[in-house]
Design a protein around this ligand. Structure first.
Ligand SMILES: Nc1ncnc2c1ncn2[C@@H]1O[C@H](COP(=O)(O)OP(=O)(O)OP(=O)(O)O)[C@@H](O)[C@H]1O
Length: 348
């Protein structure tokens, strides 16, 4: 698995979009996604020479807008394309991180968690992990310890979604261990033995997540949620005992909405400000990391110092180890229908 992969997914039209008579403006072919700006006439150009269509190439373009289409990409296909690699990487000792990024209502939570009838990447990755653990332990090749934690970052504050009633759950502190990197002080960690244990925790955490109705989604997640699996393998390598620890962060980011599009005011507007601030920091961190990797690829070019602003948001600080270093990262950008042109956000 390459160290960073980017996928984009388009969901079916919802009632609101149908009522607004929204037009379908996205075409997908293999890894290419084309967006049409309907404001620009066919054969013409828009302001400052903008073209009517723009094509972007990603590692994967998932067409999930119409279940009847032969190109339809199901939850299972998304897992087979992206999730199986995450499981494989964890067994190979890599950290892995999957982000879902997109505007509110574009399908991030559906891709990550899914719904009751059709589970998303997080449950499928956990199931895949346990089915491989069961296979390996059957042959006595290794022993495993799996721990789960689940938190949300709401208005730049960390909250434990798997709280025990007696413990402190709000406003937990992020600290940095000299060897193990950033961590959340007092975050509860739960030892799990099988997929059923994980499912129980996931359901409990999802109930605790901060959601609200916005102008664009009736059940909008107002926080970034990070579901983390810490996976330790103990085995014998050339008759010597060894232990590998990998972390999988599965991140459902809060919606990257524009205030004018959602009509947000008051509390929702403040939330939106904090959400967008941390998403901008995420973009800045990724672009600084891209500059660093370009510098590394061109050793003869004079390097300017690159500062990676991990500490500018709680999200990037906590995921520091998963954004750079020994980690495989997947970014899934979700798209919703629009009847005007908008730019695709791409993190490579
Ligand atoms: N691929 C899909 N197929 C079918 N329905 C989908 C798909 N993606 C999203 N939906 C539906 O669209 C609605 C909005 O999706 P979802 O809640 O996942 O958006 P979101 O991006 O997480 O929004 P927010 O940032 O506001 O939490 C939900 O009702 C969901 O079931």
């Amino acid at each position: 698995m390459a160290s960073v992969k980017v996928a984009v997914r388009v969901r079916p039209m919802n009632r609101r979009e149908k009522d607004l008579e929204a037009k379908f403006i996205i075409q997908m072919e293999k890894s290419k996604t084309t967006i049409t700006n309907l404001k620009i006439p066919e054969g013409g150009t828009g302001d400052s020479g903008r073209e009517r269509t723009k094509t972007f190439t990603y590692d994967f373009s998932f067409y999930s807008a119409d279940t009847k289409s032969p190109d339809y990409v199901s939850q299972e296909m998304v897992f087979k394309t992206l999730g199986t690699d995450v499981v494989k990487s964890a067994f190979e000792g890599y950290n892995a991180c999957v982000f879902a990024y997109g505007q509110t209502g574009s399908g991030k939570s559906y891709t990550m968690m899914g719904d009751s009838g059709d589970s998303g990447l997080i449950p499928r990755i956990c199931e895949g992990l346990f089915s491989r653990i069961n296979e390996t332990t059957r042959w006595d090749e290794a022993s495993f310890r799996t721990e789960v934690s689940y938190l949300e970052i709401y208005n730049e504050r960390v909250r434990d979604l798997l709280r025990r009633k007696s413990s402190k759950t709000f406003n937990l502190r992020v600290r940095e261990h000299p060897k193990e990197g950033p961590y959340v002080e007092d975050l509860s960690k739960h030892l799990v033995q099988n997929y059923g244990d994980v499912e129980e925790l996931m359901d409990a955490g999802n109930i605790n997540r901060t959601t609200a109705a916005t102008g664009m989604n009736d059940v909008s997640s107002r926080s970034h949620a990070i579901f983390t699996i810490k996976f330790t393998q103990a085995k014998f390598d050339s008759e010597m005992p060894c232990e590998t620890v990998s972390k999988i962060h599965l991140v459902d980011l809060a919606g990257s909405e524009r205030a004018d599009a959602t009509g947000a005011t008051g509390v929702r507007l403040k939330e939106g400000g904090n959400i967008n601030k941390s998403l901008v920091t995420l973009g800045n961190v990724i672009s600084a990391l891209a500059d660093l990797s370009q510098d590394a690829a061109n050793p003869l070019v004079k390097k300017k110092p690159v500062f990676v602003p991990y500490r500018d948001s709680v999200l990037t600080w906590l995921l520091k180890d998963s954004l750079g270093g020994n980690s495989k990262t997947i970014m899934i950008a979700s798209k919703n229908f629009k009847f005007f042109f908008f730019s695709i956000q791409c993190f490579v």
